[in-house]
Every structure is written in C-alpha cells, then in structure tokens.
Ligand binder design. Structure first.
Ligand code: THU
Ligand code: ZN
Length: 146
C-alpha cells in the first residue's frame, strides 16, 4: 500500500475522488454516524456510485463498495478498473472492511486499483492510500478454489 498526495493522482482519479466524497454525503448511517462513499470505474468505461445504507435492525447494512459493485453488475459489467472510497480515517488508515475485500476481489482483475481517501474531522483529505486487491486480500478464497 502506498500513500500519495492528491496532486499525484491523474485528472480522472482526482475527479473520481471528488465523486466518492460527494457520494459519501448521501450515506444513510444514523446508527454508526460513519459515512462511506464509493465511486467505481468499470472495464467498459462506465461509472457507478455507492454509499453505506444502514437499517434500524443494525445488521441490514449495505456498504458503499457493495452498492457501487452491485450497480456495476446490474449494468452488465463484471470487472472493476478503479474503485475509490472515501471514509473517515486519520492516524489509523481506513480501508475497505473484510466483507468488502472479498466482494472487491470477486470482481477484480490483475489491473484493478483501489484508492482509499481518508477524511479528517474537519472533512479535509487527511491521507490517500493506493493499493490493489492482492494486497487487500492475500490468499483469498475465489472461484479458482471451487
Ligand atoms: N462501511 C462501509 O460502507 N464500507 C466499509 O468497508 C467499512 C464499513 C460502513 C458500514 C456501516 O454503515 C458503517 O460503515 C460503520 O461500520
Ligand atoms: Zn465493507
């Protein structure tokens, strides 16, 4: 995992960071108060947004990454090119949870890139992490195991 500054990202990546941050604003998270936004570019060149959506039963939560991936699959594509997520994180890096790592890995290719934009208490970008699914989920259980 490497860290980078916003200036080091490409124009496309910068614009996707903005979209992930704005998707985060639509999060429905009255129970955790932890907003997550996602913005995905698929192999067909289409974009898909996601945010977390919670429920009063506490267990029925959609994660931002899952919603963006489900939207991609609904559109007819199965391959993630780039996934940007935006969530609160400061000295402790915030990255996709275990469930999302498994789901990201299902739709990743050798080229899939994952960018996590960590937002501080003042809603400014604190740190940006760039990684891939191999690093996020080593020794994953995947279709090759079946
Ligand atoms: N959350 C995500 O949307 N993605 C993750 O990978 C981490 C967790 C959401 C789920 C829940 O609504 C809130 O963040 C706190 O766990
Ligand atoms: Zn998750």
């Amino acid at each position: 995992m490497k860290t980078c500054k916003i200036e080091e990202l490409s124009d496309l990546e910068k614009s996707m960071v903005k979209k992930a941050i704005s998707a985060r604003e639509n999060a429905y998270c009255p129970y955790s108060n932890y907003k997550v936004g996602a913005y995905l570019l698929d192999k067909n060149g289409n974009f898909h947004a996601g945010c977390n959506v919670e429920s009063a039963d506490y267990t029925l939560s959609t994660h931002a990454e899952m919603l963006a991936i489900d939207n991609m699959v609904l559109s007819g594509c199965k391959d993630i090119e780039l996934l940007v997520i935006a969530l609160k994180g400061t000295d402790i890096p915030a990255m996709p949870c275990g469930l999302c790592r498994q789901k990201i890995s299902e739709f990743s290719t050798g080229n899939t890139k994952i960018i996590s934009v960590n937002i501080d208490e003042n809603e400014n970008i604190y740190c940006i992490y760039v990684t891939d699914f191999y690093e996020l989920l080593p020794y994953r259980f995947g279709k090759e195991n079946l």
